[in-house]
Design a binder for this molecule. Structure first.
Ligand code: ATP
Ligand code: MG
Length: 394
């Protein structure tokens, strides 16, 4: 087996979206030999990866064909064929060269997290705090659980960015999903927080500073993110201990982002993602080692990087303007003007088509005073979204 920093050690990433794109720059610094698979020929990674492959991440044969040419496979999205990942990890696929490949994080973790029900069952089994829930198969099951309302219904699979999640006031709410889902008690939380933990195969565990999230009420996705989170020392310690415990229990090899609700002095775990996460974008500029570099260190079994926060930071997502769908216009005077502010770091994801509330980029603002950064983030949020080129201007 080649050593991970050997130039011929080939690493495959399943997914070539913005998270994959942000993995490229530390990969370049570490001189990694990367290949990327994504179904979209115009995915954010496509223009920057010579070894870009187009194919469905959920198709067994496609993932095997891609993964068999790699020494190690990792993910930047969890909706992938875990059947193929098990086969690659076990060397249990047809054709020549069917020896085991490294798959990090493990297919077991990805499979458990893909399904919100098995994720909740893991939390309950481990005695970890999470919102009370029941599993339902169809809409017709709702009336039996009338005592859960108001409730949050979540599709078991393939929900993302708030799609597949909705609040239901009563069992006869006709917006209810008629599909296998979980029904959670609606939590009256004070804050939403997140933290990213990494663990390498040697067992070294490191957490990133806790962040606070603020959600866009309409789009149901993260609008701002603040670090450090305004929490008591005791609560921060508790959150970090919980994260380290989960990483150890799962024998994680990679990154795990954990979203939680804060309720008084208690925390409830909302959900987990075994990959880089939106709540860690700011670590590129704000921490000594970013979540993206940490992913490489973790999956390659290198020593973990120092996650110390260098400066308070606010991250704001740049979303597609409501009501606009079409070729993306990143060339806006507002964005250019923003760059005159020291501490502003612009990230454009290179998505060719914009849609309402699509994540098109983000801005990280570093400022010694978190409140100043927050004010600038609010004004960005109010005034800047990503437009489509109009027909005439094309
Ligand atoms: N039990 C709950 N009580 C109150 N609000 C909730 C509950 N569960 C989820 N929410 C709200 O809905 C949001 C989206 O839920 P969740 O994170 O489970 O879904 P998701 O679609 O996987 O999210 P994403 O991909 O944006 O992280 C949460 O961040 C939170 O604001
Ligand atoms: Mg979430």
């Amino acid at each position: 087996m080649l050593s991970p920093l050997h130039p011929q050690f080939r690493i495959g990433i399943l997914g070539g979206g913005q998270l994959g794109r942000m993995l490229l720059s530390p990969a370049m610094r570490f001189n990694l030999n990367l290949a990327v698979l994504d179904p979209d020929p115009a995915a954010p990674c496509a223009d920057f990866t010579p070894d870009f492959h187009c194919g469905e991440l959920t198709e067994y044969d496609t993932v095997i064909a891609f993964g068999r040419d790699c020494d190690l496979i990792t993910i930047e999205i969890e909706n992938v064929s875990t059947e193929a990942l098990f086969a690659l990890r076990n060397g249990d696929f047809s054709g020549p060269d069917n020896h085991p490949r490294l798959v990090r994080p493990s297919p077991e973790i990805i499979q458990m997290i893909q399904d919100k029900l098995t994720q909740k069952e893991f939390l309950i089994r481990e005695g970890l705090p999470t919102a009370e829930f029941v599993a339902i198969e169809t809409q017709a099951d709702l009336p039996r659980h009338f005592q859960m309302f108001p409730a949050v219904q979540k599709l078991r699979r393939s929900g993302y960015d708030g799609r597949g999640v909705q609040v239901l006031d009563s069992p006869d709410d006709d917006r209810a999903f008629d599909a296998p889902s979980i029904l959670e008690r609606k939590i009256d939380f004070e804050k939403e927080i997140a933290l990213i933990v990494s663990r390498n195969p040697s067992g070294q565990i490191v957490t990133f500073p806790v962040v606070e999230m603020e959600f866009h009420p309409e789009a149901n996705l993260v609008e701002y993110l603040f670090s450090p989170a305004n929490l008591s020392e005791a609560l921060i310690r508790k959150v970090q201990e919980v994260a380290a415990h989960i990483a150890e229990t799962l024998q994680l090899e990679g990154l795990l982002a954990i979203e939680m609700f804060v309720h008084g002095t208690d925390i409830l775990i909302n959900e987990m993602a075994p990959r880089p996460h939106n709540s860690g974008h700011h670590t590129i500029e704000a921490c000594l080692c970013s979540q993206y570099e940490q992913l490489w260190r973790a999956v390659l079994d290198l020593p973990p990087g120092d996650t110390t926060l260098q400066s308070p930071a606010v991250m704001v997502n740049l979303l597609g303007a409501p009501g606009q769908t079409g070729p993306t216009c990143y060339d806006s005077p507002e964005l250019k003007n923003l760059l005159s502010n020291p501490g502003v770091h612009l990230h454009l994801y290179g998505k060719k088509i914009t849609r309402p509330y699509r994540k098109m980029g983000h801005i990280t603002i570093l400022h010694a005073q978190l409140e100043s950064a927050r004010q600038l983030a609010r004004s960005i949020r109010r005034n800047i979204s990503i437009n489509a080129y109009s027909e005439e201007s094309e």
